[in-house]
Design a protein around this ligand. Structure first.
Ligand SMILES: Nc1ncnc2c1ncn2[C@@H]1O[C@H](COP(=O)(O)OP(=O)(O)O)[C@@H](O)[C@H]1O
Ligand SMILES: [Mg+2]
Length: 236
């Protein structure tokens, strides 16, 4: 049985149809990537899973139970957290305070301290800048903070929306390595990326979205070899 499953998800923004029946599965332990052009519906899918937009139709199941109509904080408490597109950190709060906020649904103080250490081990820069306000961080550091904050909820499923967007090339490489490290530590990952090449290299499976629909689903290795994918998304 899959950890996360979406069945026939339809999402609208007013009269604008963003998702036209998305179905996908993420199994425990996997990195699954969603690739697709701007406007394909990747972020909307992530927001629907997090409870930030309500589907008009369809079902979202996590760990065997429906989370379709739960409020966002309850979805976090079930074990799903996201690092949103555009690294929305709280600029006026310190790095430490941003990380603490990621753990706001938790009661286990001792576990939180351990996870803080785990985040600092993944992102040593954040430890160096612990008492700096987040607004003074570079773009790459803010991205690390957004991911670190999501990890502080101790998710079983981590949703990453465009983690490499706008980063310097050397940082892009390290973000993808860190994503693999997080996965090896036992966190299942649903990864949205414009950088399809890198995403498919770290993922086990992938889904290709076009205008709110899944048009291809396959192993990441097969998608990397697929002629259409290569032409449309890998710039070949
Ligand atoms: N807040 C919003 N209000 C209205 N339309 C939106 C909003 N967010 C996204 N859309 C529309 O929904 C569709 C899917 O967008 P999005 O999920 O952001 O795609 P992606 O993340 O793949 O670029 C697009 O047509 C986009 O213009
Ligand atoms: Mg997006």
């Amino acid at each position: 049985m899959s950890l996360l499953s979406l069945r026939d998800l339809h999402v609208y923004y007013g009269a604008i149809r963003a998702l036209e029946g998305i179905s996908l599965d993420v199994n425990a332990g996997e990195i699954v990537t969603m690739i697709g052009a701007n406007g394909a519906g990747k972020s909307t899918t992530i927001r629907a899973i997090s409870g930030l937009v309500r589907p008009r139709q369809g079902e979202i199941t996590f760990d065997g139970a429906s989370i379709t109509n739960l409020p966002p904080h309850q979805i976090v408490m079930r074990g799903v957290s996201q690092s949103p597109e555009g690294r929305r950190v709280f600029a006026n709060l310190t790095v430490f305070e941003n990380l603490e906020l990621g753990a706001y649904t938790r009661r286990d103080r001792s576990g939180i301290v351990g996870d803080l250490e785990r985040v600092f081990a993944l992102f040593p820069r954040l430890k160096e800048r612990m008492y700096q306000s987040a607004g003074t961080l570079s773009g790459g550091e803010q991205q690390m903070l957004a991911i670190g904050r999501a990890l502080m909820a101790r998710p079983r499923l981590l949703l990453l929306d465009e983690p490499s967007l706008g980063l310097a090339p050397f940082l892009v490489q390290s973000i993808f390595e860190i994503i693999q490290d997080i996965n090896r530590q036992g966190v299942t990952i649903l990864l949205v990326e414009q950088n399809a090449n890198q995403a498919l290299r770290v993922a086990h499976r992938g889904y290709v979205l076009e205008t709110g629909r899944v048009v291809l689903a396959d192993s990441a290795a097969n998608l990397l070899r697929n002629e259409e994918v290569r032409r449309a998304y890998l710039g070949e």
